[in-house]
Ligand binder design. Structure first.
Ligand SMILES: Cc1cc2nc3c(=O)[nH]c(=O)nc-3n(C[C@H](O)[C@H](O)[C@H](O)COP(=O)(O)OP(=O)(O)OC[C@H]3O[C@@H](n4cnc5c(N)ncnc54)[C@H](O)[C@@H]3O)c2cc1C
Length: 506
C-alpha cells in the first residue's frame, strides 16, 4: 500500500477538519486574494488552487484503505457546502471530482489502478472528470457515437466529447463509449473507461476552449478522443453499463444539494445583511412586507436544501445501488437547482443596482447557478421522468387520484396530507409533455417536503419548517392552477405573417 505523507489532516476529526477548511477558505477568498479579480479571470491562479488543495478536500471521497477519509456522504456534502459559500465554481470543481470521478471509480474501478490513482489525488493534487456529452448527443446521451473496440489487451476508443468540466485541466477522466460489434454497429450498452492524461497513448486532445458564460474558474471545451487503454481500465459494472451510469448519475444528482447548500446560505446571508442595513424612504428594507416575503422564500430554499442534504447523506453512499432511484434523485436535482437560481435572482433584486455588477456575489451567482438547471439532465427532462415514474406506478396500482396515491407512496406518504386539498385531482389520462413537466414539479415538491418533515422530526427549526411549508403550498397552488388552465398554445412557425405592428398603425 502506498503511504500518504505523515503530516496530513486525514486522521482529524471531521468537525475540526471542516471548521479549519471553512476558516482557511474564508481567509483565502476574502483576505489573501482579491475576490473581485478571482471571479472575473478564467481559471483559478495556480498558487491559490494549490493552497486550497493543500487541505486535501478530496480526501473525503477516497476510501480509508487508500489513505482517504472514507467516502462518507455527510463529509462530501460538508466540503461541497463549505466551498459553495465562497465560490460556486470551486464547489463544482469538487463536485465533478467527487461525484463524477472518485465515487464511481471507488465503486467500479480496478483495485490496483485505484491504489495508484488515489495516491495521485492525495499526494499530487490530481483532478478527474467525466465525459458523456457529445456535440450531437446531450440529453440523448444513450445514442452517443463515441465507440471502442478491443485489440488484444487494449481498448481503442474514438470519438468527440464537449462541455466537460475541467477540459484540458483534469489529470484523469472517465470516458463513456459504446462497443463496436463485429459488423461495425454500436451496441446499446455504454461502458466507462479510466484514462490517464500523463500517458501519451491515453492523452485526450483539446480541440477548442469554450467561452462559458459563467463558472470562469472551470475550463470547458471540445475534446477529441483517439486513445488506447489497457483492458483493466474499463470500469466493471455489476450488471449492465447503463445501470452503472444510472447509479452514478443518480448518486451525483442526490449530492447536488451539497453544492446548493453553501450557495443558498450565502444568498440568504447577503440578502439578510443588505436588507437590514439598506434604508429606503427612511425604513430598513427588511421591514417592508414584500421584502419579507422574498427573504422568507430564501429561507424556505435554505430549509429544503438542508433537508435534501440530510436525506442524501442517509441514502447516497456508494454501498447502495441507486440505479432505481429516479424519483428521489431527479426530484432533488431539479428542485435544488431551481431553488439555487431563484435564490440568486432574489438576492440580485434585493441588492438593487449593485447586484447587477459583474463582480457582485449575487450577479455572479445568477450566471454561475444557471447551467445547473441544464447539465446532468435538463430540469424539464428530469421533472418529466419523475411524473412518468409516478404515472406508471399509479397505473399499476389502478389509482387515478394523485392525493390518494401520494398518501400511500413511501416517498410522499408523510408530506401529501399537508397539501390534501391541492393534490386532490385525477392524474390526466393522456397528459401533454408540458403537463408532465408541471406534474413532475408538483411531485418533486411533495417528495422534498417529506425530507423537511423528516429533518424537523430530528429537531430542525420549527419556524423554518413552517416557512418552507407555506412556500411549497403556494408553489403547489400555482402549479395546479397552471395544470388546470389547459394551455394548448403551439408556436406558429411562420409567425412573421401579419405581425409587423407598423403595418397596423397610422
Ligand atoms: C456548465 C456546463 C457544465 C457541463 N459539464 C459536463 C461534464 O462535466 N461532462 C459532460 O459530459 N457534460 C457536461 N455538460 C453537458 C451537459 O450535460 C449537456 O449540455 C446537457 O446534457 C444538455 O445537452 P445539450 O447541451 O446537447 O442540449 P440538448 O440535448 O440539445 O437539449 C437542449 C434543451 O432542449 C430541451 N430538452 C431536451 N430534451 C428534453 C426533454 N426530454 N424534455 C423536455 N425538454 C427537453 C431542454 O430545454 C434542454 O436544455 C455541461 C454543460 C454545461 C453548460
Amino acid at each position: 500500500m502506498l503511504k500518504v505523507s505523515e503530516n496530513n489532516n486525514i486522521a482529524q476529526d471531521f468537525d475540526l477538519f471542516i471548521a479549519n477548511f471553512k476558516d482557511r477558505l474564508s481567509d483565502l477568498f476574502n483576505k489573501e486574494y482579491d475576490y473581485n479579480a478571482l471571479s472575473l479571470t478564467r481559471g483559478l491562479p495556480p498558487d491559490f488552487l494549490s493552497e486550497i488543495m493543500d487541505m486535501r478536500p478530496l480526501s473525503v471521497a477516497i476510501p480509508t484503505h487508500h489513505g482517504g477519509r472514507g467516502l462518507h456522504v455527510k463529509e462530501c456534502l460538508g466540503v461541497l457546502a463549505a466551498a459553495s459559500y465562497e465560490s460556486l465554481s470551486l464547489s463544482l470543481i469538487f463536485g465533478i471530482n467527487i461525484a463524477l470521478f472518485l465515487e464511481p471509480f471507488a465503486k467500479y474501478g480496478n483495485t490496483l489502478l485505484q491504489e495508484r490513482i488515489f495516491h495521485q489525488f492525495l499526494e499530487n493534487k490530481a483532478m478527474g472528470g467525466l465525459m458523456i456529452t457529445e456535440p450531437a448527443y446531450g440529453s440523448d446521451a444513450l445514442n452517443m457515437r463515441t465507440c471502442y473496440s478491443q485489440k488484444e489487451d487494449k481498448y481503442h476508443i474514438q470519438g468527440e466529447k464537449h462541455w466537460q468540466g475541467l477540459t484540458g485541466a483534469a489529470d484523469f477522466w472517465l470516458v463513456t463509449a459504446r462497443k463496436k460489434n463485429e459488423h461495425g454497429e454500436l451496441v446499446r450498452d455504454i461502458d466507462f473507461f479510466v484514462t490517464d492524461n500523463s500517458i501519451e497513448e491515453q492523452k485526450i486532445e483539446v480541440l477548442k476552449k469554450y467561452n462559458s458564460l459563467g463558472l470562469y474558474a472551470i475550463p470547458y471545451g471540445l475534446n477529441h478522443i483517439d486513445i488506447e487503454v489497457p483492458v483493466d481500465y474499463r470500469l466493471t459494472p455489476e450488471s449492465t453499463g447503463i445501470k452503472l451510469m444510472l447509479d452514478t448519475l443518480h448518486r451525483s444528482r442526490l449530492q447536488f444539494p451539497g453544492m446548493g447548500m453553501g450557495f443558498i446560505k450565502r444568498m440568504l446571508d447577503e440578502s439578510m445583511k443588505h436588507c437590514t442595513e439598506r434604508r429606503v424612504a427612511g425604513i430598513p428594507l427588511n421591514e417592508m412586507d414584500s421584502v419579507k416575503f422574498q427573504l422568507s422564500r430564501l429561507q424556505a430554499a435554505f430549509t429544503l436544501c438542508s433537508a435534501m442534504c440530510s436525506y442524501s447523506a442517509s441514502v447516497s453512499s456508494i454501498n447502495n445501488d441507486l440505479s432505481s432511484h429516479a424519483v428521489d434523485a431527479n426530484s432533488v436535482k431539479a428542485l435544488v437547482t431551481d431553488l439555487m437560481h431563484e435564490s440568486a435572482q432574489i438576492c440580485v433584486q434585493l441588492s438593487g443596482a449593485n447586484g447587477y455588477k459583474l463582480d457582485h456575489i449575487a450577479g455572479r451567482g445568477l450566471v454561475d447557478s444557471r447551467p445547473f438547471q441544464i447539465f446532468e439532465g435538463s430540469n424539464e427532462m428530469l421533472y418529466t421522468q419523475v411524473a412518468e415514474a409516478i404515472a406508471k406506478l399509479m397505473r399499476k396500482s389502478k389509482e387515478n387520484n394523485l392525493l390518494a396515491y401520494l398518501k400511500k407512496y413511501n416517498a410522499t406518504e408523510l408530506a401529501a396530507p399537508f397539501f390534501s386539498s391541492i393534490l386532490n385531482f385525477d392524474f390526466p389520462l393522456q397528459p401533454k409533455q408540458r403537463e408532465m413537466v408541471t406534474l413532475g414539479k408538483i411531485i418533486a415538491r411533495v417528495v422534498c417536503f417529506q425530507f423537511v418533515l423528516q429533518i424537523n422530526n430530528a429537531g430542525f427549526n420549527d419556524g423554518m419548517t413552517e416557512i418552507a411549508r407555506q412556500h411549497i403550498s403556494m408553489d403547489l397552488y400555482m402549479l395546479v392552477g397552471q395544470l388546470s388552465n389547459n394551455n394548448n398554445a403551439e408556436p406558429l412557425m411562420n409567425y412573421g405573417e401579419k405581425t409587423d405592428w407598423m403595418s397596423f398603425t397610422s
